[in-house]
Design a binder for this molecule. Structure first.
Ligand SMILES: Cc1cc2nc3c(=O)[nH]c(=O)nc-3n(C[C@H](O)[C@H](O)[C@H](O)COP(=O)(O)OP(=O)(O)OC[C@H]3O[C@@H](n4cnc5c(N)ncnc54)[C@H](O)[C@@H]3O)c2cc1C
Length: 414
């Protein structure tokens, strides 16, 4: 153990987002001495994620009702052009989470199981020293803290603060694809909220958001989330996201006109960055990557929460095993952790990667009338389907249900 460290623990988790918070609570539950840190001083703030999920996620990851903002049971797709299509179910199909509440709950669970949580700490660097890893963290007042641990986990999201971006030479044509999103939390009159309640609404087509999409999701009564997201295309001049957002608000809610009674409660945004094939290293010595830090976010719907939770569900038992008394030999620990990347790849499944490719083709190509027409044709084919089928397509990535012959067309290869 290094004597110059200020704190010691078995596992240091950097980042209290869904992946880091979930890993920390799982490890703490197993009796591991875990320290969870985040640069945020308050996990309820900077809640940048729209957090729409299919309903099964709640049970699958044991999430409580207190993190739910609202439930939804209908898909509404507005556009391309003037078309509006709806698919409704009698049963709830999903939830929109209160992202800040989710992060707070996960950290609270970690504490309740005996783990430590320290906020307002920004991880700057880490270096391995024999069988320990030392991480340097900075407090808001500039002072430094050194943490020595057997393992450190980079769960800092797309920033990859410790692991870093995959080096260009190792990407082998699998570049980081970037999507940028903006979201406003709005307080609206109840009659306005009711028009958007119980449904996920997306705006599609280049006249709404070129190379991306817009959305309105309901939260608790009287509160809506309005957002835009698009893939970053270095080869094209893209209009500012803020302008697209204003446009969306004006066209859907009349924002900007007098007397709407709408108040903007919060403005936030962020990046999603993932490779499509996910071939990047998940581990460097005693440093492991988790969630968005190893590209688990899927670009089709900018969706990453349940995939981040999948990564922690895969890593937690491996770390517990590696720390187990019987496995003290470093070689055995290394062997145990080697299984992490392939197991995670298997858990995400081949459809995950396929949907990433589909996302890249669809969103990057969606910048004019010809692709709008193509998208309209695909949506027309879905008109007779059930709302559950749309969920299977958009959350389950079950493209093969639409026939293998349709795949190249869907993928934009024909
Ligand atoms: C606008 C937008 C909308 C989205 N909508 C959805 C959606 O509807 N559904 C969905 O499933 N997903 C959505 N996502 C994606 C989803 O939010 C992420 O995939 C998910 O949060 C990833 O979880 P994570 O724990 O890996 O990383 P993050 O949630 O990014 O958490 C990383 C944490 O690390 C902390 N951190 C970063 N750097 C450091 C550092 N150096 N030191 C200490 N702490 C650090 C951050 O403060 C943060 O708390 C959206 C994303 C954006 C940007």
């Amino acid at each position: 153990m290094r004597s110059d460290a200020d704190l010691h623990c078995q596992v240091l988790v950097v980042g209290a987002g869904p992946s880091g918070g979930d890993l920390a609570r799982r490890l703490a539950r197993e009796g591991v001495d875990v320290l969870l840190v985040d640069r945020l001083a308050d996990l309820g703030r900077s809640a940048f994620s729209s957090a729409a999920l299919p309903i099964e996620t709640m049970d699958a990851f044991g999430l409580p009702a207190e993190v739910v903002g609202s439930r939804w049971r209908e898909w509404q797709l507005i556009g391309p052009g003037s078309a509006t299509r709806r698919w409704a179910s009698r049963q709830p199909l999903g939830v929109v989470l209160d992202f800040g509440a989710l992060r707070r709950w996960l950290a609270g669970q970690c504490r309740q199981w005996g783990g430590r949580v320290e906020l307002g700490l920004q991880a700057c660097s880490s270096h391995q020293d024999g069988e320990r890893i030392t991480t340097l963290l900075r407090r808001a007042d500039g002072s430094l803290l050194r943490v020595s641990s057997a393992w450190a986990v980079d769960a800092s999201g797309q920033a990859r603060s410790l692991l870093g971006d995959p080096p260009p030479a190792l990407r082998r044509g699998d570049e980081l694809v970037r999507a940028a999103g903006l979201e406003w939390l709005l307080r609206v009159p109840l009659e306005c909220w009711q028009a958007w309640a119980e449904r996920l609404s997306f705006c599609l087509g280049s006249d709404w958001v070129p190379q991306g999409y817009g959305w309105i999701f309901p939260m608790e009564p009287g509160v809506l989330k309005l957002g835009v997201c698009r893939l970053v295309d270095p080869g094209r001049r893209q209009p500012p996201l803020g302008g697209l957002m204003n446009d969306l608000g004006r066209r859907l809610l009349g924002l900007g006109s007098d007397g709407t009674g709408i108040e903007v409660l919060d403005r936030h945004g962020g990046l999603v960055r993932s490779t499509i094939r996910r071939r990047e290293a998940h581990q460097r010595g005693r440093l492991l990557g988790l969630g968005d830090a190893v590209s688990t976010a899927n670009l089709l719907g900018g969706e990453g929460i349940r995939h981040a939770l999948t990564s922690s569900a895969v890593l937690a038992p491996l770390l517990v095993r590696a720390l187990d008394e019987d496995l003290r030999s470093p070689a055995a620990q290394e062997r145990t952790l080697k299984a992490y990347a392939p197991l995670l790849r298997r858990a995400l499944g081949w459809r995950w990667s396929l949907s990433g490719r589909l996302a890249r083709h669809t969103w990057l190509g969606l910048h004019g009338p010809s692709m709008d027409g193509r998208l309209d044709l695909v949506l027309r084919q879905l008109e007779g389907r059930r709302a559950e089928d749309l969920s299977a397509l958009l959350f389950g990535y079950r493209f093969e249900r639409y026939g293998l012959r349709a795949m190249p067309y869907l993928l934009g290869w024909r």
